[in-house]
Design a binder for this molecule. Structure first.
Ligand code: HEM
Length: 201
């Protein structure tokens, strides 16, 4: 599907940077502390740019692996299905395209206010406040948060072979992989906000 980077306007429901998005409850100052907590540094920013160049030409193959994993586990496919457990193919297809954009955003976007605001949007799309609304589907009201945390492992482990098959040194692959792990961990931490009481977040 992606011979070049996908164009955002071709992706249904992808609203990164939209002025209509609500502001993140997390401030930029808090984001700086979260970065420090996952040991995310300027070197990780550089490593993610390199990872973006490596992954951008492999998006479909990566998404095939991730979707293969979801489809092989009915308890995960459940969250893309109707109440009588019929997978909703348009829902899967649209979210897959936005997932591809997310890979690029994770690698290339500055982690600024617009990024924080879209983090909040993604969080709510996993929670009852916004799940299903973007694609107008009748599916589960939310995704149980423990699975979001658990998926950090497959979403990081399965990316490593893709980072290493473009001829980079073992050191660079490790740098890219670590930066990817830190960013995904940080994002999943941010996505906890709608699931928790404000004072516990
Ligand atoms: C590390 C864990 C996860 C990552 C990185 C991730 C990433 C994403 C991304 C990037 C999107 C699209 C955001 C957008 O609309 O622009 C999305 C949406 C979605 N994800 Fe996840 N996700 C994770 C965990 C899960 C889990 C465990 C499930 C359960 C099967 C899941 C199911 C969904 C569904 C159903 C949507 C569509 C929500 C909607 O808009 O209605 N995700 N996810």
């Amino acid at each position: 599907m992606y011979h070049r980077q996908p164009q955002p306007e071709e992706i249904p429901g992808y609203t990164y940077g939209s002025p209509a998005l609500p502001s993140s409850p997390v401030t930029l100052e808090e984001l700086e502390k979260l970065k420090a907590a996952v040991m995310f540094s300027d070197d990780d920013v550089a490593a993610l740019r390199m990872a973006g160049d490596v992954l951008a030409t492999q998006l479909d193959d990566i998404l095939d692996v991730w979707y293969g994993f979801i489809e092989a586990n009915p308890f995960l496919l459940h969250y893309f299905s109707t109440p009588d457990e019929q997978p909703i193919s348009d829902y899967l297809r649209h979210v897959r395209a936005r997932f591809g954009m997310w890979i690029l955003d994770t690698c290339y976007r500055p982690y600024d206010q617009a990024w924080l605001d879209y983090q909040y949007e993604i969080a709510q799309r996993h929670y009852r406040t916004k799940k299903n609304t973007t694609d107008h589907v009748n599916s589960t009201p939310l995704i149980n948060y423990h699975y979001i945390v658990a998926l950090i492992y497959p979403i990081t482990a399965t990316v490593k072979p893709f980072l290493s098959n473009r001829g980079h040194s073992a050191d660079d692959v490790e740098r890219m992989y670590r930066a990817w792990c830190k960013s995904v961990t940080m994002q999943v931490a941010l996505w906890g906000s709608p699931f928790m009481n404000a004072d516990a977040f």
